[in-house]
Design a binder for this molecule. Structure first.
Ligand SMILES: NC(=O)c1ccc[n+]([C@@H]2O[C@H](COP(=O)([O-])OP(=O)(O)OC[C@H]3O[C@@H](n4cnc5c(N)ncnc54)[C@H](OP(=O)(O)O)[C@@H]3O)[C@@H](O)[C@H]2O)c1
Length: 483
């Protein structure tokens, strides 16, 4: 049994895609793997006209679609799943309040509540105010509010949303999810950095030549044209996921592993990012091409996209961090859709020796830099590239790698949502984004939101526009991939 106190897990948007594909399966996996079955009931909230039985069918189908087929599934749905309809736009919260109290009384629950907002962002403010005005922001137990990205769509709206949330909830009750932070290897980054002094001692401007963070997606925009056309790549990926990973790579060691200490250091390093120059940004947009032998359309041919849309589906950014540790070290962020494969990777390239004494053909230096690769998905693990002498009489170098594969050593990884939901239940805010962190991150990218130059075109199934490599002097593509 884990230390998750008995609670009611309320999903606003309980009928939506996120709830069905991620949240409900994650909750159920927690039960299967962590044995919290008697600790939690699920209450779905949405606008459509369903009753408890209908929602149990939806829940069961979602679990089956996610690959669950165990005998206990039906019984779990029957006993632990409920539904409450609220009108379109979520008018009245009084009914919801009554329903929650009635479930808690029936189950003898102590009044611990999680409100998960899996809703269109336009409904966040109404929902926060509704909860607060109905007195659902406090209870006889604890009350926690989980907010999905996006937290605002620019600095101003993020500040407004944070202020509204703080009108009703204390920051200690608020869990802003960035599901990248729930990935085992992202958390492992902290363990790796702060328990291996060997690496931490070279983790600075004296030894590191550059850092590249890459989030490559094989998928295009699918059916999300409406959202993506207005959001674009900076809002979709950079302001949140890439910046979160960057913060963990570049932050100073916290004085303890306590949530607030880690979050303090993340905010500090995000605040130290120097204003990004427009010439350090390369935008791209995919054209038709082929991925894994399947022909795919270009961005402008996707359903719902304007045929002369300038929206970027790729961006490469070079930025600097103005701290003693990182002064002068370029950090490259790179993300794109319709790239050859799904890959999230951090590449820390170390400096070459100050004097090259091993030469290759035509007297060029044969020494490759040491590179530490941290792969966050799909094959979570680390690899450290180093030089060895190739067999033979002459001194020729070969590049080899020391590898650690999470899968090979530990097997199944918990889904990011499982990790994060469990943390919410346990009241651990370490992996959640604090309000000042969200605002610090928007402050960096706000000036780029209106910068929409004609993007460079790249063929779907390639590693993005050549201009990203040429103008930003990024590493070779495909980047240093762990296989
Ligand atoms: N899907 C993902 O993988 C994913 C990943 C990361 C973040 N997110 C974020 O999670 C949130 C939800 O995404 P989603 O993909 O699940 O969206 P979705 O499939 O469109 O579901 C939206 C949910 O909100 C409810 N809803 C919509 N309009 C409503 C209204 N006017 N009044 C009351 N309820 C309303 C819907 O219920 P009814 O249909 O009953 O009205 C449904 O349950 C968004 O903020 C999204 O950015 C999603």
């Amino acid at each position: 049994m884990v230390d998750a106190e008995r609670n009611i897990f309320v999903i606003f948007g309980g009928t939506g895609d996120l709830a069905r594909r991620k949240l409900i399966p994650a909750l159920y996996n927690l039960i299967t793997f962590h044995d919290i079955s008697s600790e939690c009931v699920l209450l779905g909230v949405a606008s459509r006209d369903l009753d408890d039985d209908d929602y149990r069918v939806l829940t069961r189908d979602a679990l089956r679609d996610a690959g669950n087929s165990d005998a206990a599934l039906e019984a779990w749905c029957e006993e632990n799943v409920f539904y409450q309809r609220l009108g379109r736009g979520f008018g009245s919260f009084e009914e919801l309040s009554t329903r929650i109290e009635s479930i808690e009384t029936d189950q003898s629950f102590p009044g611990n509540r999680i409100f998960y907002m899996a809703l269109p962002p336009a409904l966040f403010p109404t929902t926060v105010v509704g909860l607060g005005e109905a007195g659902l922001n406090e209870s006889s137990g604890w009350t926690r509010l989980v907010i999905e990205k996006p937290i605002g769509n620019d600095l101003e709206s993020a500040i407004e949303l944070n202020a509204l949330v703080h009108d009703y909830f204390d920051e200690s009750q608020v869990y802003r999810i960035d599901h990248y932070l729930g990935k085992e290897t992202v958390q492992n980054l902290l363990a790796f950095r702060f328990s291996n002094p060997m690496f931490e001692s070279v983790w600075n401007r004296d030894r590191v030549e550059s850092v590249e963070i890459t989030v490559a997606e094989e998928l295009g925009i699918g059916s999300r044209a409406g959202y993506y056309e207005s959001a674009g790549v900076i809002r979709d990926m950079v302001q949140n996921h890439l910046t979160q990973v960057l913060a963990l790579v570049a932050m100073e060691p916290p004085i303890s592993f306590a949530a607030e200490q880690i979050r303090n250091e993340k905010v500090k390093v995000i605040e130290a990012i120097a204003p990004i120059r427009r010439e350090s940004v390369v935008f791209g947009q995919y054209e038709s091409g082929s991925i894994d032998g399947v022909d795919v359309p270009g961005y402008q041919e996707e359903d719902g996209v304007d045929e002369d849309s300038h929206t970027a589906t790729f961006v490469g950014i070079e930025l600097r961090i103005d701290t003693w540790r990182w002064q002068g070290v370029p950090f490259f962020l790179r993300t794109g859709k319709r790239l050859p494969k799904r890959l999230t990777e951090i590449a820390v390239t170390f400096q070459r020796p100050p004097l090259c004494i091993i030469h290759g053909r035509r007297d060029s230096c044969a020494v490759e830099p040491n590179i530490l690769l941290i792969t966050l998905q799909p094959n979570e693990g680390f690899a450290l590239r180093f030089n060895v002498k190739a067999p033979g009489d002459s001194v020729e170098l070969d590049s080899q790698a020391l590898r650690f594969s999470h899968d090979d050593v530990y097997g199944r990884l918990a889904d990011a949502y499982e990790t994060l939901i469990l943390d919410v239940m346990e009241g651990d805010q370490t992996l959640f984004v604090r309000s000042d962190e969200v605002e610090a991150s928007w402050r960096i990218y706000d000036p780029l939101l209106d910068y929409r130059p004609e993007p460079h075109r790249y063929e779907a199934g390639t590693w993005g526009p050549g201009a990203a490599d040429r103008d930003l002097k990024l590493g070779e593509t495909p980047w240093t991939v762990v296989t």
